[in-house]
Design a protein around this ligand. Structure first.
Ligand SMILES: Cc1cc2nc3c(=O)[nH]c(=O)nc-3n(C[C@H](O)[C@H](O)[C@H](O)COP(=O)(O)OP(=O)(O)OC[C@H]3O[C@@H](n4cnc5c(N)ncnc54)[C@H](O)[C@@H]3O)c2cc1C
Length: 408
């Protein structure tokens, strides 16, 4: 393999706020500043979450406020068409979109069918719009959580449940099949450990069916789990024997507290790594492993961690892999870590952002999670704030210079 000396590694500039916030007007920047300021307050989020839920429940007219603040920061729009401006804005910075229908909570056959139909609409939309690089679904958007849990625990299903489970399979298959026919890549999100084996089985099956010619289906590997680097290696070994491509979205994992609490409550060993360093090590090892087999693996690095992003870029350089290699994507969530997304894209890497969409009320659970995550993830909010402040200052001094220039 062609190797490049470590001296030629290029340090990416994730502090370039001019590039990071190019698509934000002064007004948008000011709004983002106040939003992250509010989110930084643990107390405010603690009080605000139940108050907002209550206000929405009793029909107080707060949807407009939500739409113009937290919703605008983290969501693309209320429908696919409503996202077109946000998609175009990302596209101007060479960042592609992952349309993420984020309606949560409803657990009826009707709502699962409706979600499936909506995801199929995102596939059709992606076919016409090259700024959409992936489709995505959360398996529990297509089937009942408790049903997944029952299958995972290997409990026998009643005939009715068996039929219900078959319908979940059909929905997942319909989406993956449509993506295969359209040549659109699709991500399967990872969820809680006590339903994840079932999701992994679905994902393996779909990859085996639809990844024969190219990477279409991607499973997600949560490296905060101590067993997931081994799963990734086992899945790759299986993919090799069955001659299909592996799609791997590598993340750290979003449900750490819930996982630990449940394990303690039920008295089983926690699936979570002993500490952050162990999680980071497995994350890096998983990235290296994918790069070592990049001809047969499609890799997405879903992270807001700057060191992890620099690490992936460096490892690509060391292996002589082009930034534009279409088997490698960096990914972030809309409204977060724009400094990573836009600076990576500017440097020629493939970058995609999850763009949640859906009616305001229905995406509130997603928004509360983002708010809580930004409160609890030490450093992330202050990082967002410091970048916004830096950009505000940069614009102010640029404006001053322009004004002086005019007078000269
Ligand atoms: C594009 C994208 C897609 C995603 N998809 C999914 C998904 O499908 N499923 C999912 O679960 N999550 C998903 N996530 C969320 C992701 O798993 C992380 O929760 C989030 O990105 C924070 O991790 P980080 O790598 O960005 O940053 P970091 O700040 O470096 O890491 C924080 C994370 O490290 C881990 N961690 C922190 N402390 C410890 C500790 N003491 N011991 C062990 N681990 C620790 C936790 O996972 C925590 O969330 C996605 C994120 C992105 C950006």
């Amino acid at each position: 393999m062609y190797m490049i000396s470590t001296n030629s590694l290029v340090k990416l500039d994730f502090n370039n706020t001019e590039i990071a916030f190019r698509n934000k007007s002064d007004k948008d920047l000011e709004k983002a500043y106040w939003l992250f300021k509010m989110v930084a307050s643990n107390t405010l989020i603690k009080i605000g979450t139940p108050m907002t839920n209550f206000a929405l429940k009793v029909g107080l007219p707060i949807q407009g406020i939500i739409r113009n603040t937290i919703y605008k920061q983290f969501c693309g729009g209320e429908s696919i068409e409503g996202c077109s401006q946000a998609i175009a804005e990302l596209g101007q910075g060479r960042v592609t979109t992952i349309l993420d229908y984020s309606v949560e909570g409803e657990e009826s056959e009707e709502s699962f069918d409706q979600t499936c139909a909506e995801i199929l609409r995102t596939v059709a939309y992606a076919q016409q719009n090259e700024l959409i690089s992936f489709c995505v679904f959360k398996p529990t958007g297509l089937g009942r959580f408790d049903l997944f849990a029952k299958v995972d625990a290997q409990q026998p299903l009643t005939p009715t449940e068996k039929a219900e489970f078959d319908r979940v399979y059909e929905r997942i298959d319909r989406i993956c099949h449509a993506c295969h026919d359209a040549g659109i890549k699709v991500l399967i999100d990872a969820e809680h450990s006590w339903i994840q084996d079932t999701i992994d089985d679905f994902a393996r099956d779909m990859m085996e069916k639809y990844n024969k010619e190219q990477v279409i289906v991607y499973n997600t590997y949560q490296l905060y789990r101590h067993d997931k680097f081994a799963s990734l290696q086992a899945d790759f070994a299986y993919a090799q024997t069955q001659n299909f491509y592996l799609g791997a979205k590598i993340v750290r994992g979003a449900y750490m507290e819930i996982e630990r609490e449940r394990a303690a409550e039920k008295g089983y060993p926690t699936p979570i790594q002993p500490n952050k360093a162990a999680c980071d090590k497995d994350y890096d090892d998983a990235i290296r492993f994918c790069l070592d087999h990049i001809n047969r693996i499609g890799l997405m690095a879903g992270t807001h961690n700057e060191a992890s992003s620099q690490f992936l870029a460096d490892e690509m350089t060391l292996r002589g892999i082009s930034p534009a290699n279409d088997h490698i994507f960096f990914a972030q969530l809309l409204g977060m870590s724009d400094n990573l997304s836009f600076n990576l894209a500017e440097a020629g890497y493939n970058v995609a952002k999850y763009m949640p969409y859906g009616p305001v009320k229905a995406v509130m659970p997603y928004l509360f999670r983002r708010a809580q995550e930004n409160t609890s993830v030490g450093g992330q909010t202050s990082r967002e704030l410091s970048l916004i402040v830096k950009e505000k200052k940069r614009r102010k001094s640029e404006n001053k210079l322009t004004a002086i220039g005019y007078r000269l």
